[in-house]
Ligand binder design. Structure first.
Ligand code: NAD
Length: 527
């Protein structure tokens, strides 16, 4: 039975729901993550679910010998060594959409709090001081909000701010300017945002290029008296520069849900009336936490059940339309790999031919599935759909994904195993509209059978008596034949027989069959 280790607190109702719905064993630590206990248990589990506190480093990943998937209940994966997980073939998934509205709400809250001097106002009234003379704030209507990073949260903030009558400018070099009309927002330059905005709100991810994206030179370009909001990550803003900009009156007030580590003990910063700091509570709403628990449990279980991950971090994402056709194609690519493995041929490259109608993401995913099965007997490390392409590259194998157009290639998936630029073997499979799959060609032989059950594929000399010889041999060994098909290749005077049997033959029996006169090749596989 597969096991799921839940290392941090998740919604109990969600856990109970999925416990009842699946046969998997749940190991629930459900509190502050205890590294020692996680390390003790990790070797035995197939899935690990965490929030932001568990550090999933090399030590933990090495110890997770059976780990297939790590579910991060939330967005950021900074606490996971994703590259190493990928190398080890462990899928990382997250639940990136469940807290977006909560973060956008908080950004709006910080905009209002800074523009209306909440910190001073509340501090004063808590000391029974109702003086409001210096507390006149800013009305949001007609003010310019500059959003840096116009992704999921940035757009949600824009949507909310529009309801307050704000004019929105956005800067995001990685989205199409065609989105302008659709989003009803003016996309502009970074500098324009800095120069024109009354309020600036940051919503970019933290990475090498966005680290200290906002430096002193940028504060110098801002309108004097700008309000500055950051709910993304602390490292995106140079804190020294921000503090200076506040002290010099460039920034009138800042609302920060995230700050750089160095500021966490800086009292001058934290006690400054012009700076509102919240302890990274953007996603901390009852709704977000609940939704994230449901989503990550569902996603993790989907992966353990062999379904395409909805929010993969180290794997191509498939949209919902693609998912409908994913399952039969996935099954076919795996079955093609299983058959080709049995041929045990030397090869230096592989060509996977896909019908043009398959979306690129799906083609890439199917290649990963094929390689994970096909290369498995050749590698000593663990291989899965997550690292199979990496492993192929490490071995310098040529992997070619080719697209075939035209009616005759519709629904066909073919794999050619190449050695020194020659086709060593080619198998073609077909997916029907109802999801039924068939192998329709093996090398020179046109044949059609569904790759299910116990199957012999036997190549033999095309001469009288061969079929009788083979069926009698099986019968004498108490193997009943359920189905039999023969295809012929006239030029080579050979035939290919595909036999489905009711009983499983022993390895010894398969080997014995190989030594029957005029039999060239015997493959047996229980699909
Ligand atoms: P997203 O990926 O949907 O959007 C980010 C956008 O930033 C993308 O459109 C991208 O093109 C853009 N971008 C990247 N580099 C840029 C650059 N140099 N300049 C301008 N734009 C750039 O991400 P999201 O879900 O909207 O999250 C945004 C941020 O919010 C992330 O940093 C995330 O970690 C943070 N976040 C914070 C909390 C919290 O609790 N405060 C919760 C969730 C997410």
């Amino acid at each position: 039975m597969k096991k799921i280790l839940i290392a941090e607190k998740l919604d109990q109702e969600a856990i109970d729901h999925f416990k009842n719905k699946t046969n998997y064993e749940f190991i629930i630590l459900n509190g502050t993550p205890n590294r020692k206990i996680i390390l003790e248990k990790i070797g035995d589990v197939n899935a690990l679910i965490i929030r932001s506190k568990t550090i999933v480093d090399r030590e933990l990943l090495d110890a997770g010998k059976n780990l297939e998937v790590i579910g991060r209940a939330g967005v950021g994966t900074d606490n996971i060594d994703v590259d190493y997980a990928e190398k080890k073939g462990i899928l990382v998934i997250n639940a990136p959409e469940e807290s977006l509205d909560s973060v956008a709400d908080l950004a709006m809250g910080l905009i209002i709090s800074t523009c209306r001097h909440f910190k001073t106002a509340v501090n004063r009234t808590s000391e029974c001081n109702f003086n409001r003379k210096d507390l006149s704030g800013l009305e949001l209507r007609n003010k310019v909000l500059g959003i840096i990073g116009f992704g999921r949260i940035g757009r949600r903030v824009a949507h909310r701010a529009r309801a307050f009558g704000m004019k929105i400018l956005a800067y995001d070099p990685y989205i199409s300017s065609n989105l302008k009309d659709e989003l009803g927002t003016e996309l502009t330059s970074f500098e324009d945002i800095l120069r024109k905005s009354d309020v600036i709100s940051i919503h970019v991810p933290l990475n090498k290029t966005t680290f200290h994206l906002i430096k002193w030179e940028h504060f110098l370009l801002m309108k004097k008296g700008v309000y500055f909001i950051n709910t993304s990550r602390g490292g995106i803003v140079d804190s020294e520069a921000l503090l200076r900009a506040i002290n010099e009156g460039i920034v009138k007030a800042a609302g920060l849900d995230v700050i750089e580590k160095s500021l966490e003990k800086n009292e001058e910063f934290l006690k400054n009336d012009k700076i509102i700091v919240t302890p990274h509570i953007g996603a901390s709403t009852i709704d977000a936490q609940k939704n994230v628990s449901w989503r990550i449990l569902e996603g993790t279980i989907d992966v353990l059940n062999g379904l395409a991950p909805e929010f993969p971090v180290n794997f191509p994402r498939l949209d919902s339309e693609t998912k409908d056709i994913y399952t039969p194609y996935r099954q076919l690519s795996i079955n093609l790999a299983k058959l080709l493995v049995k041929l045990n041929l030397p090869f230096d490259s592989i060509i996977l031919n896909y019908p043009e109608s398959l979306p690129e993401n799906l083609r890439k995913t199917l290649t990963r599935h094929f390689l994970a099965v096909f290369l498995k007997p050749l590698v000593s490390t663990r291989i899965s759909i997550v690292n199979s392409v990496l492993i192929a590259k490490e071995r310098n194998l040529g992997i070619v994904e080719s697209v075939r157009s035209g009616k005759s290639f519709e629904n066909l998936l073919s794999v050619q195993i190449m050695d020194h630029n020659k086709v060593a073997s080619e198998i073609i499979g077909k997916v029907y509209s109802d999801g039924y799959i068939e192998i329709i060609k093996i090398n020179d032989f046109n044949i059609s059978f569904s790759p299910t059950g116990k199957i012999f594929i036997i190549k033999h000399v095309d001469k009288p008596g061969m079929i009788g010889k083979i069926t009698t041999f099986l019968g004498n060994n108490n193997i009943n034949i359920a189905e039999l098909q023969v295809a012929r290749h006239e030029k080579s005077k050979t035939q290919l027989m595909v036999l489905k049997t009711d009983q499983e033959p022993s390895d010894e029996l398969v080997n014995k069959m190989k030594s029957i006169d005029d039999i060239i090749l015997v493959i047996y596989h229980n699909f």
